[in-house]
Design a protein around this ligand. Structure first.
Ligand code: NAD
Length: 266
């Protein structure tokens, strides 16, 4: 493992435009379960996965009823507002501050990269602290008190100040298209990078999982995975190598070696 950590750090230090992709695995050490890991929400409760697949159609069919149900049901990932960023999130923010990492593209909706200090961040599946208008794309802070007032007054769903359409959570549901702005910027980053560090994702959810394939079209791009277990990217030789273990332990060790290498260059 030490050799692979040194290799990853040397590759990062040498890269001109390295980016990171992250998934639910980077937040498990903050107490948020993933979906498909050994203790994942859906691994334990496959019916929850089937319900999740219907959520977008329920919103389109009846936004008011969707919001009434959503406000009365606890989220499947628990109370995300109580989770804190962990050493993995902080390590990626540190790499950006060191002007090594250029961008983080996350599937996570938990706001933890932002809170850890990542600034050039693309939230591919949205952010649970925001609401989004499906018609015009405007985004708003999600205010629980306002939502409860609308519910009490029988005035759900919340509506867009720009165009008057019903607002949905910014979190992208299954079967919902990825917001066009984020999808285009993510694809551009994947096509521009010369190193992709993929952290804590099963790489099973498309179109996000197509980003490493887009990068792999250029044979000189380095693709490095950090994950608790091998993934389709490992098995399909899309990644060059896998650092198998916890992102919260491996990423800080990579940052330490990058710092060491930069110190030697001065
Ligand atoms: P996933 O659940 O499909 O896979 C997570 C992967 O991370 C698994 O391979 C697992 O073995 C690995 N893993 C778990 N803990 C790890 C750790 N500490 N270090 C390294 N690897 C670890 O997750 P996904 O690929 O992100 O896809 C799930 C979808 O659900 C995404 O679309 C995401 O939007 C959503 N989701 C988000 C959150 C969140 O915001 N925190 C949590 C669960 C699911």
């Amino acid at each position: 493992m030490e050799n692979l950590i040194r290799q990853a750090a040397a590759d990062l230090a040498a890269a001109k435009y390295p980016i990171a992709l992250t998934g639910a695995g980077i937040s498990t050490e903050s107490g948020i379960p993933d979906f498909r890991g050994p203790s994942g929400v859906w691994t334990k409760d496959p019916a929850a996965e089937r319900r999740a697949y219907q959520s977008y159609h329920r919103f389109i069919a009846n936004p008011r009823r969707f919001w009434e149900e959503a406000l009365d049901r606890p989220g499947s990932l628990g109370d995300l507002s109580k989770a804190e960023p962990n050493a993995g999130h902080r390590a990626l923010a540190a790499l950006e501050n060191m002007d090594v990492l250029k961008c983080v593209i996350t599937q996570n909706i938990d706001n933890l990269h932002r809170r850890a200090g990542s600034r050039h961040l693309l939230e591919y599946h949205g952010n649970f602290t925001l609401l989004r208008c499906l018609a015009c794309g405007a985004r708003y802070e999600r205010d629980e008190a306002v939502l409860r007032q609308l519910q009490a007054a029988g005035k759900l769903p919340p509506t867009c100040r720009e165009c008057g359409e019903a607002l949905k959570s910014d979190v992208v549901s299954f079967n919902e298209p990825i917001p066009a702005d984020v999808a285009a910027r993510s694809e551009a980053e994947a096509n521009r990078c010369d190193l992709m560090l993929i952290c804590g994702t099963s790489a099973a959810v498309y179109p996000f999982a197509s980003l490493p394939h887009s990068a792999r079209r250029r044979p000189d791009v380095k693709i490095i995975e950090i994950n608790a277990e091998p993934t389709p990217l490992t098995r399909g030789h899309i990644s060059d190598f896998l650092l198998q273990g916890k992102t919260g332990e491996i990423l800080p060790r990579i940052v330490a070696v990058v710092n060491e290498l930069r110190g030697q260059r001065r």
